[in-house]
Design a protein around this ligand. Structure first.
Ligand code: IPM
Ligand code: MG
Length: 373
C-alpha cells in the first residue's frame, strides 16, 4: 500500500529531526512491506521567507491530499517581530484549522532509563504513562470576537473569547473515551467550571457522553489549577486527560517535563478520519530550538516517536510501531544520549548518530539488511 507522507520540516532544528524520522521510515520500506513516498512543502518562518506566507497555498494543496503529515517545528527569533498575522505560529494554527485537526494526542511516558532526568523524584515519575488529549481547533485560540480596540478615552482594550459548541466538546470527549477504553479505562476532564461558564458546559457535555456511550469508563473532573498541581504531585494518578485548547497547551508542557526531556515527546493531531482531506499530522511536542539549530545537536527521538504514532494511528501498523519503540528503548538502554538527555557515563552523540543508532537497533531486532542512507 502506497502512502504519501508530506514532510513539513519547518524552522530551526525541524529539518534535522524530520530528516532522521524519514530515514527511519525509509528503513521500513527497505525491510518491511511498506511503500512510503515522501514529498516536502514549506510551513512557518521558512514559508514566509520563501513564499511570503507562513501557510502558503502550495502547502495547503499538498497538505490536503497527503495521507499523513510529518511536521518538524516552526518559529524562531528571526520572525518574532513580524506582525502576528504572518508569524510562523500562524502557519501551525492555520494547518490545524484547515485540516480540522481537532484532537491533539500528547502522550507523556517515562523511559525507565531516563527516569533520573526528571526534575521530580524518580519514584514519582518512574513508569509514568499518561495521555493528554487537547482540543485543538476551538476554544480561546480561535474564538470570536477577538481584537484590540482603542476606546474613545484613548485607552486600549484587548480581548479573546473562550467559545465551545456542544458538538466540539462531544467529539473530543469521544476521542478521549475511546483512548481510555484501550488503556486504563480512566478519563479525567479538566476545566475551570467554577469560573468559566463555557467550561461548565464542557463538563456537562463530557458527562452526557460518558453516561450514554461509555458507562464502563471511570470519569472524573478536575479544575485546571488543581490539575497542574496534581500533575507534579502525583502524575501517576492519571490515565487519560481531556481538556480545552489552552489548558491542554499548558498542561502538556508540564507533563512533558515530568519525563525529563521535551526532546522525547511525540504528538498526533487528528481530525475526522472520514474526511476527504488529510486528517493526521504528527509532530514532536518540542519547538524549533533555534539556539542549537544546524549543529547536529537536537534529539530526534520525539520526531521518530511521532513517526511511530503515524504508523499506529494512520497506517494501522501497530506491530511496526512496537518494533520502532523497542529499538528506541534499546538505544537508550545502551547508554547512547543526545545532549538534552545526557547522563554521567553515557555516550554523547549528535542528531544523525542517534538516527544511526536507532536504525542499527532496528536491524538487530528484525535481522534487517540495510542502513538506510
Ligand atoms: C504547541 C505550541 C503552539 C500552541 C504554538 C507554537 C502556537 O505551543 O503546539 O503546544 O500554542 O498550540
Ligand atoms: Mg505549547
Amino acid at each position: 500500500m502506497t502512502k504519501n507522507i508530506l514532510v513539513l520540516a519547518g524552522d530551526g532544528i525541524g529539518p534535522e529531526v524530520t530528516n532522521e524520522a524519514v530515514r527511519v521510515l525509509k528503513w521500513f520500506n527497505e525491510n518491511k512491506n511498506t511503500d512510503f513516498r515522501f514529498s516536502e512543502a514549506n510551513l512557518g518562518g521558512i514559508a514566509y521567507d520563501l513564499e511570503g506566507d507562513p501557510f502558503p497555498q502550495t502547502t495547503i494543496d499538498a497538505a490536503r491530499k497527503a495521507d499523513a503529515i510529518l511536521l518538524g517545528a516552526v518559529g524562531g527569533p528571526k520572525w518574532e517581530s513580524l506582525d502576528i498575522s504572518v508569524r510562523p505560529e500562524k502557519g501551525l494554527l492555520g494547518i490545524r484549522k484547515e485540516l480540522g485537526l481537532f484532537a491533539n494526542l500528547r502522550p507523556a511516558m517515562v523511559f525507565e532509563e531516563l527516569a533520573e532526568a526528571s526534575s521530580l523524584k524518580k519514584e514519582i515519575v518512574s513508569g509514568l504513562d499518561i495521555m493528554i488529549v487537547r482540543e485543538l481547533t476551538g476554544g480561546i485560540y480561535f474564538g470570536e470576537p477577538k481584537g484590540v480596540d482603542t476606546l474613545p478615552d484613548g485607552s486600549r482594550k484587548g480581548y479573546n473569547t473562550l467559545v465551545y459548541h456542544d458538538w466540539e466538546v462531544q467529539r473530543i470527549a469521544r476521542v478521549a473515551f475511546d483512548l481510555a477504553s484501550k488503556r486504563g479505562k480512566k478519563l479525567c476532564s479538566v476545566d475551570k467550571a467554577n469560573v468559566l461558564v463555557s467550561t461548565e458546559m464542557w463538563r456537562e457535555e463530557v458527562a452526557k457522553i460518558q453516561a450514554a456511550e461509555y458507562p464502563d469508563i471511570e470519569l472524573s473532573n478536575m479544575y485546571v489549577d488543581n490539575a497542574s498541581m496534581q500533575l507534579v504531585r502525583d502524575p501517576k494518578q492519571f490515565d487519560v486527560i481531556v481538556t480545552t485548547n489552552m489548558f491542554g497547551d499548558i498542561l502538556s508542557d508540564c507533563a512533558a517535563m515530568l519525563t525529563g526531556s521535551l526532546g522525547m515527546l511525540p504528538s498526533a493531531s487528528l481530525g475526522d478520519a472520514n474526511s476527504d482531506v488529510c486528517s493526521a499530522l504528527y509532530e514532536p511536542v518540542h519547538g524549533s530550538a533555534p539556539d542549537i539549530a544546524g549543529q547536529n545537536k537536537a534529539n530526534p527521538i520525539a520526531t521518530i516517536l511521532s513517526a511511530s504514532m503515524m504508523l499506529r494511528y494512520s497506517f494501522d501498523l501497530g506491530k511496526e510501531a512496537d518494533i520502532l519503540e523497542k529499538a528506541i528503548a534499546n538505544v537508550l538502554a545502551s547508554g547512547v544520549r543526545t545532549g538534552d538527555i545526557m547522563q554521567e557515563g553515557a555516550t554523547l552523540v549528535g542528531t544523525k548518530e542517534m538516527g544511526d543508532a536507532i536504525i542499527a537497533q532496528l536491524d538487530k531486532l528484525v535481522g534487517g539488511k540495510s542502513q538506510a542512507a
